[in-house]
Write a protein that binds this ligand. Sequence first.
Ligand code: SAM
Ligand code: GLN
Length: 289
Amino acid sequence: MAAPNVAELIAQGTKRLAAAGIDSPDFDASSLLASVLEVELRCIPVMRNDVVSAEAKRLFIAYVSRRAEREPLQYITGDTEFYGLAFKCNAQAMVPRPETETLVAAAIDRIGALKDDAVIADIGTGAGIIAISLAQALPGAQLYATDISPGALAVAGENVRRHGLAERITLLPPGPFLAPLYEDGVADQIEVVVANPPYVATGDIDQLQPEICRFEPRQALDGGPDGLDCYRELLMACSELPRLRLLIVEIGAGQAEAVSALVVEHLGAAQIEIIPDLAGIERVVITQI
Ligand code: SAM
Ligand code: GLN
């Protein structure tokens, strides 16, 4: 059989992914082939008639099989985009979600209004996307990023280097919540805490789409029996930070009231603001202390 061209391989991959129930089979097949050929997705249309080598075809078919098994596209290609920036991505860290851009936009606005040289902690940094987006937008800020997962911190480290931000983002050794800040002796400098903690109720995880529940780290999702365990721990710990002025956390659908109550319980703060995401779901809780 003659060697296939780009258009033929994409058609074949699209058919297989559609049969596997993937929502955007053509986009995914095109993205996978772009990754195999090491070109940008936007180059694919002009390459339609290019012949693909046997080796590239083999790799593409392997990638399509992984996607058909519902592995997230971003884990297969190894990269993703968030807040207009490119990031490395693998199964050690959760795939960044578009709703987290709501947190980043709000954080840039509020921290920018607070001061130019804020000292910020990103708790549960995952692939490092919040810390890196904030560092890019706030050139005077100094950031510390923590995570309980050594694997996630390894991904974050690659992303920090990729963006040339190693001087302004310190990745601390793994540990729970604020412990790494205390171990490093920087807890008393922190003025802003940002976090997208795990907030899915344990019993709900298996109902999430297979890409999430079968492939993403459970540690990135599991918020305990009611999804709120991490807020309890984090807010209690934040109440001990002497210089804390601003706390910005992402929340799950329907958690605004409970998280606001925890904020009042632990921080006694009067100024709480809740911001919806682009779907209109209450997504970010901002507390000024
Ligand atoms: N910040 C990234 C983002 O927004 O895409 C990742 C968020 S993910 C929902 C939560 C992250 O918190 C995971 O990387 C997980 O490893 C980390 N994590 C879970 N429990 C933690 C804990 N007790 N202390 C610190 N980090 C924790
Ligand atoms: N938004 C994620 C989801 O897809 C959960 C992220 C989190 O727990 N912070 O369910």
